[in-house]
Ligand binder design. Structure first.
Ligand SMILES: *[C@@H]1O[C@H](CO)[C@@H](O)[C@H](O)[C@H]1NC(C)=O
Length: 245
């Protein structure tokens, strides 16, 4: 009788603590900069999800920062490059979010940017994550789930080094700092999976999307590249996003 009361009691405490501590099952995402230069990661929550406590910050080479994310959350991270203050406004050569500040405050990054995308579904469900080059590429990036048995996904190569001239974004020093998607650069329906090409069977890979896929086989190279590019893990675990892994 006594032990039954104890079990009921501890169940009650467990239930109460779950109800009273909304962060009880929240996860964290650590952003790490392995690039040999400073980057300024940006974070954007999906529609109808609150912005995270940090929406943009500076990360020196080899530095990392951990951000708490709600149990149910969707959103994306990207790395901004060549940022500086110009006349009191913070601007980036690539991935700029237009806020004029280091924080992006709910704005996304200007493409081309490599994206680390998440849909965290909440305790007892599945998380989804992917690396996307659908909006172009700027940095190699990986997502490593910290839960055992879950697969990492990585875009390991520097696509900028094989970027065709017509897709290239040049930095202030004249070097290529980003590779635009063919959709963005050429704006044709076969590259954007729009118009007559707006279903998966009508929008196959193109000579341009194949350049991205060859370098980064696990990343989305165009809109309907789902089969090889989406990864899942039981919800509730933490993740590490590494730029220049
Ligand atoms: C891709 O194909 C288009 C159409 O055939 C052609 O104009 C373009 O030069 C090709 N680009 C590359 C990088 O192969």
């Amino acid at each position: 009788m006594n032990s039954l009361m104890e079990v009921v009691g501890s169940l009650l405490v467990l239930t109460l603590s779950t109800l009273l501590l909304p962060g009880a099952y929240s996860a964290s995402i650590t952003i790490k900069n392995n690039c040999p230069f400073t980057i300024w990661p940006g974070a954007l929550s999906g529609a109808s999800t609150a912005q995270l406590s940090s929406t943009g910050f500076e990360l020196a080479s080899q530095a990392s920062q951990t951000i708490d994310v709600p149990e149910k959350w969707s959103g994306r991270f990207w790395g901004r490059r060549q940022c500086s203050n110009a006349n009191g406004k913070f601007v980036c050569g690539n991935g700029d979010c237009g806020s004029g500040q280091v924080a992006c405050n709910g704005a996304g990054g200007a493409p081309p940017v490599s994206l680390a995308e998440f849909t965290l579904s909440g305790f007892g469900s599945q998380d989804f994550y992917d690396v996307s080059l659908v909006d172009g590429y700027n940095l190699p990036v990986s997502i490593a789930p910290q839960k055992g048995g879950c697969q990492s996904t990585i875009c390991p190569k520097d696509v900028n080094t094989v970027c065709p001239q017509e897709l290239a974004l040049k930095g202030s020093d004249g070097g290529i700092i980003g590779c635009k998607s063919a959709c963005m650069a050429l704006n044709q329906p076969q590259y954007c999976c729009s118009g007559a090409f707006n279903t998966p069977d009508k929008c196959p890979p193109t000579n341009y999307s194949k350049i991205f896929k060859d370098q980064c086989p696990q990343a989305y190279s165009y809109a309907y590249d789902d089969k090889t590019s989406t990864f899942t893990c039981p919800a509730g675990g933490n993740y590490v996003v590494t730029f220049c892994p």
